[in-house]
Design a protein around this ligand. Structure first.
Ligand code: KIV
Length: 269
């Protein structure tokens, strides 16, 4: 395939920083395995996020809390192996960075070293800033995540729009000060997404945070329509793959049952 100039060389931290000039939005999609990561990379997606959303969309759990560091490394390796141009960011899962700064540093280093990813992402702001600063000091690029932080779903009482503007602004500023290179803003009113973006000097990536962030991220399974039971307001389906897969499987079953598969062209003589 051919690629335009914008998508022909690896996307780096410098490109993230450049997005602040506002002339090119950063495009980020979650990825959890090799074949889909390869498609996303070839499509020119700038950043592949190995999100701990894999707990829900891949492992079928109601939230991401059961995801482990081993899970993230397992999926992170597959995605990193597929990415030729895209930057790969791996989420730090629940309880891998909250217990102590030392443990956080050890887990972040392990994730980076064992997956070969370019950066890690963690949730939280003011309370996590010292941990972020330690990681950045150790040479680990950190993406922050504010607003709706899914690992706190129990405390937040569900996956709800977050409206505490002052707290979210303080979180974003603390992350910038600690050295984070970008911030995901999840599920906040559009105006707040814009306020946070204007208040910090690092790029913001929105998911349900309005169009005035420096980039946008979607969960792959939402974008592809892989689960017909889930249709978040902030997402857009670009395909209806659940139906496509079901049809393909039905056709295969029907061909086997009718005897039309395998045909002569599928056999060995
Ligand atoms: O885990 C994830 O997929 C995420 C995105 C929603 C940003 O953190």
């Amino acid at each position: 395939m051919t690629r335009d100039v914008e998508t022909s060389r690896p996307f780096t931290l410098t490109d993230f920083a450049r997005a602040r000039s506002g002339n090119r939005k950063i495009v980020m999609v979650t990825a959890y395995d090799h074949p889909t990561a390869r498609c996303l990379d070839a499509a020119g997606i700038d950043c592949l996020l190995v999100g701990d959303s894999l707990g829900m969309v891949v492992h079928g759990k109601p939230d991401s809390l059961a995801v482990t560091v081993e899970d993230m490394i397992y999926h992170g390796k597959m995605v990193r192996a597929a990415a030729q141009r895209a930057m790969v960011v791996v989420d730090m899962p629940f309880m891998s960075y909250q217990i102590s700064e030392e443990e956080a540093l050890r887990n972040a280093g392990r994730i980076l070293r064992e997956t070969g990813a370019h950066a890690i992402k963690l949730e939280g702001g003011v309370t996590r800033a010292p941990t972020v600063a330690r990681m950045v000091d150790a040479g680990i690029p950190v993406m922050g995540h504010v607003g709706l932080t899914p690992q706190s779903v129990r405390r937040l009482g569900g996956f709800k729009v977050q409206r505490d503007a002052e707290a979210i602004l303080a979180d974003a500023k603390a992350l910038e000060e600690a050295g984070a290179f970008a911030i995901v803003i999840e599920c906040v009113p559009e105006e707040l997404g814009h306020r946070v973006t204007s208040a910090v000097g690092i790029p913001t990536i929105g998911i349900g945070a309005g169009p005035r962030c420096d980039g946008q991220v979607l969960v792959l399974h939402d974008l592809l329509g892989l689960d017909e039971t889930v249709k978040p307001r902030f997402s857009r389906r670009y395909a209806e793959l659940a139906g496509t897969i079901r049809e393909a499987a039905k056709n295969f079953a029907s061909d086997v049952r009718s005897g039309s598969f395998p045909g002569p062209e599928h056999g060995f003589q």
